[in-house]
Design a protein around this ligand. Structure first.
Ligand code: MN
Length: 252
């Protein structure tokens, strides 16, 4: 580790502690950052309107080859994700949810619904966002503009942000997701959730608006990477679509 990086890390820890983190264990490399209690607020993201139907994949199944293989992409999209979409609609009928309203409205009150709704509303929402958050791989793939400025402000550097997000993804025990999300004040935060939960849900330990998520269920990587989740996570940065992520951030 270089002196510069050490300094950045110390500055980061110092700022984060000043920011009111209740538990500092989240700062170790082995655990994702924890959100302070005062930051843990649900909010309804008015600009975001996700529907209940599965949208077309924005690229071919083989478009992310070498990072995400075509067979994984096809099974993931046509079986796993399509299943969540079908099941969330079944749950919506059974629980009298108006499907002309955005899914976000259900997610922020998910404690009022069944476990079937929680799993499938989350599953559908998370995957719809996941497909849009990727594109064919790019050299030196990084965000620009306002999002990059805020990443540097909130995490000290893009590299340190990737390290923290990667740690959250690699250390999520079992199935789940790691997230880049924002609180009401548009501060960027990193965390992870189990199963198909996400930070919009009122039952989540971390709360805010997700702008980027990585699926770390084994179905997302096992055919190509087997048990090597860390390799999948490290490779995945090459296919992140920073344009759509920035667009989500700009809409907040
Ligand atoms: Mn998945």
């Amino acid at each position: 580790m270089t002196t510069q990086k050490k300094t950045n890390r110390r500055t980061f820890i110092s700022d984060t502690v000043k920011g009111g983190l209740a538990v500092s264990v989240g700062l170790s490399a082995a655990a994702p950052l924890l959100q302070s209690f005062s930051e843990r607020q649900s909010y309804v993201p008015g600009n975001f309107k996700t529907g209940f139907d599965q949208q077309p994949l924005p690229y071919e199944y083989n478009a992310l080859e070498n990072i995400v293989d075509a067979m994984t992409m096809e099974i993931h999209y046509t079986k796993h994700a399509a299943g969540y979409s079908k099941n969330v609609k079944d749950a919506a009928v059974a629980e009298k949810v108006d499907m002309t309203k955005p899914l976000e409205e259900v997610l922020v009150k998910i404690s009022s619904y069944s476990t079937k709704m929680r799993n499938n509303a989350g599953g559908h929402y998370n995957h719809e966002m996941f497909w849009q958050s990727m594109r064919p791989k790019k050299e030196n793939n990084a965000p620009s503009g306002k999002l990059m400025e805020c990443i540097v402000k909130d995490f000290t550097s893009f590299e340190y942000f990737k390290k923290q997000f990667g740690d959250a993804a690699k250390t999520r025990f079992g199935s789940g997701w790691a997230w880049l999300y924002t609180n009401k004040n548009k501060k960027l935060l990193i965390g992870s959730t189990p199963n198909q939960d996400n930070p919009l849900m009122d039952i989540s330990d971390i709360k805010g608006m997700p702008i980027l998520g990585i699926d770390v269920w084994e179905h997302a990587y096992y055919l190509k990477y087997q048990n090597k989740r860390a390799e999948y996570v490290d490779n995945w940065w090459q296919v992140v679509n920073w344009d759509t992520v920035s667009n989500r951030f700009d809409q907040l």
